[in-house]
Design a protein around this ligand. Structure first.
Ligand code: IYR
Length: 328
């Protein structure tokens, strides 16, 4: 797999294609980052962007993980002390999950976001941005029902993090895209380059296949889940026997989250995926590419129950090191 393919696989969008091509032409020593609000436990939503960081490391990038403590505070995720201790735990879990420690820089937001220069630049961006625009940028990030002033400052700080961290590429889920578009528009006003960004897809809720998987509603898999908990959640997951569930059901679009987790979490991390089956049901199946597994589920060659059994086993392998870390 060449660098461009590794960098762009499993992405929903890159901004822009040309800029990514330039980075992929000479990725050695280039720097990419993702920011995470430290709150709750690491779950597979975080791991989706972590997988992309692993891809970028393999392509030659250096990686920065921003533990965005000030952002979590501004987004009403708890007291500063609570957020700080969650950030420490998150760092250890990312390493346990498979980020290359020797090539991952962990930075706390508060280490640079309270500096005088940063603050003055932030005020300059505040002058350039309407409240309506800031609010739109936060539509899929903000917690709570009403918009606080803190949540209007938040996306401008996220924009400013990019030049202050000196990174070449900002990575995030699709819910971050409006912040990155805002960053492209406002950073030039303070003589900074419009940033290049890459967005990972949103995965549907495991239980229903609707909406997006998140830790606050519906069913997701967390780094704290026991093997049994993973098995139960995966067993109860929505997994229609064809890869293309009826999108018109109840007028709501549904995805197959079991397939999505195979595509975005399992195949990127394992060379081959084995679905164990008793001999009387045809014996084990071995897959080297996601598309073959999808086709087998579609054709009926692979039964959803067998797919789920394999999915739970592979998720457990991904999660076990972090779970053990957490238990210490
Ligand atoms: N908005 C992110 C957290 C975050 C991301 C980046 I990239 C930053 O520079 C700062 C914060 C979230 O929703 O978790």
């Amino acid at each position: 797999m060449d660098a461009h393919e590794r960098i762009t696989r499993n992405t929903a969008e890159v901004v822009t294609e040309e800029e990514i091509e330039t980075l992929a032409d000479d990725p050695d020593g280039k720097r990419a980052y993702v920011g995470y609000e430290p709150s709750g436990v690491l779950h597979i939503g975080h791991m989706l962007t972590a997988n992309k960081l692993i891809d970028l490391q393999e392509a030659g990038f250096e990686v920065t993980v921003l533990l965005a403590d000030v952002h979590a505070y501004l987004n009403d995720k708890g007291s500063f002390a609570e957020i700080r201790s969650t950030a420490e735990r998150m760092r250890d879990q990312f390493i346990a999950y498979g980020l290359d420690e020797s090539n991952t820089q962990f930075v706390l937001g508060s280490d640079f976001q309270l500096d005088e220069d940063y603050t003055l630049d932030l005020h300059a961006l505040e002058l350039e941005t309407t409240l309506a625009r800031a609010e739109r940028a936060m539509s899929e990030i903000k917690s709570g029902d009403s918009v606080k002033v803190s949540q209007a400052v938040y996306p401008l700080m996220q924009a400013l993090d990019i030049p202050y961290l000196g990174v070449d590429l900002a990575v995030g889920g699709m819910e971050q895209r409006k912040v990155h578009m805002l960053a492209r528009d406002v950073l030039p006003s303070i003589d900074r380059e419009p940033p290049t960004s890459l967005h990972t897809p949103l995965i549907a809720d495991l239980g229903t296949g609707r909406g997006k998987m998140s830790s606050s509603t519906g069913v997701t898999i967390s780094m704290e889940d026991s093997r049994e908990a993973i098995e139960t959640k995966v067993n109860d997951a929505y997994c229609p026997p064809t890869a293309d569930p009826d999108p018109t059901e109840e007028g709501v679009e549904r995805e197959n989250p079991v397939l999505q987790v195979f595509e975005y979490h399992v195949f990127p991390r394992f060379e081959t995926v084995v679905v164990e089956r008793p001999d009387e049901y045809g014996g084990d199946l071995e897959y080297e590419a996601y598309e073959t597994l999808e086709a087998d589920l579609e054709s009926g060659e692979l039964h959803p129950e067998d797919a789920k059994g394999a999915l739970a086993a592979y998720l457990d392998r991904l999660i076990a090191p972090g779970r053990e870390q957490l238990a210490e």
